[in-house]
Design a protein around this ligand. Structure first.
Ligand code: CP
Ligand code: NVA
Length: 301
């Protein structure tokens, strides 16, 4: 099997590698990328819905001269029960990289295990590393070095929260999470981050998490696959909305962040989402450049 690197989690990268990726992303943001993927094909396997991730990968690969192929399971032999481990080996024979969005994290791990080309996690139930890496790039463009600064997460301890924990461990910023009881982030991910010396706290008090933060982050209360829990979660999360009052606890130059799609008047009020502190459109735009840099980094190994 050919030697290759995967990107399943932010912890797959070192601090220095992330710096390199950010510097490449910056180049791609301000000038057209070189055709480093000329003659290469990357398959994008999407087992869940997506607007931003799918289109930004597809456009990014094309901008670098590569050929993106989007595969949704319907219409493939995957939907008819062909094992993932067989699909992984077949796709590796035709393509130079695999991007995958799926449900259980174990599926992307299985894909990576059996593929002989780099596999990129485009979101699982456990992690969303491409989004959070792009978000850290967005913050670093605005605030410089993130180490030592405080970032807040308010809401569900979900795939986004887990990836923020991983990012705090590698990039050295302080992360304060406020989650309702029963909706804490993954304990294993927390423990590993704490072992690495990360400064992470979990509270039930959104104002305390936001206090002194440079960025206040949130996400939907019911993620993809949790649609049946949406009504119950709306009650459980009612005190965890990001609104103007919560933003007042952050530093005056603080930004509001959301990976999108957003549910207005649930996890965030319309005035915050559309207000002057919101950088949600910039975050979404930067997905393109950071993902281009990730693909470039992995496919050059
Ligand atoms: N933020 C994000 O990943 O959006 P999509 O689900 O539209 O890809
Ligand atoms: N936590 C959300 C993120 C969507 C980009 C979900 O998994 O649905």
């Amino acid at each position: 099997m050919m030697e290759h690197r995967d990107f399943l989690s932010i912890t797959d990268l070192s601090f220095n590698e992330i710096e390199k990726i950010f510097s490449k992303a910056k180049e791609h943001k301000y000038s057209m990328p070189v055709q480093s993927l000329y003659g290469k094909s990357v398959v994008l396997v999407f087992e869940k819905a997506s607007t931003r991730t799918r289109i930004s990968f597809e456009v990014g690969i094309a901008r670098m001269g590569g050929h993106p192929i989007v595969l949704t399971p319907e219409g493939t032999q995957m939907a008819r029960g062909e094992p993932l481990k067989d699909t992984a080996r077949i796709l590796s024979g035709y393509c130079d990289g695999i991007v995958m969005r799926t449900f259980g994290h174990i599926r992307v791990e299985e894909m990576a295990h059996f593929a002989s080309v780099p596999v990129i996690n485009a979101l699982t139930d456990l992690l969303h590393p491409c989004q959070v890496l792009a978000d850290c790039f967005t913050l670093s463009q605005r605030f410089g070095e993130l180490a030592g600064k405080k970032i807040a997460w308010i809401g569900d301890g979900n795939n986004m929260a887990n990836s923020w924990i991983n990012a705090a461990a590698v990039l050295g910023f302080e992360l304060a999470l406020a989650c309702p009881e029963g909706y804490d982030p993954d304990q294993g991910i927390m423990d590993s981050a704490l072992e690495l010396g990360a400064q992470i706290s979990v509270t039930r008090d959104p104002a305390a998490a936001a206090a002194g933060a440079i960025a206040v982050n949130t996400d939907v209360w019911a993620s993809m696959g949790q649609e049946d829990e949406a009504d119950g979660r709306r009650k459980e999360f009612s005190g965890f909305q990001v609104n103007g009052k919560i933003m007042e606890h952050a530093v005056p130059e603080a930004v509001f962040m959301h990976c999108l799609p957003a549910h207005r008047e649930e996890e965030v009020t319309e005035d915050v989402l559309e207000g002057p502190q919101s950088i949600v459109w910039e975050q979404a735009q930067n997905r393109l450049y950071v993902q281009e840099a990730i693909v470039d980094f992995l496919l050059r190994q």
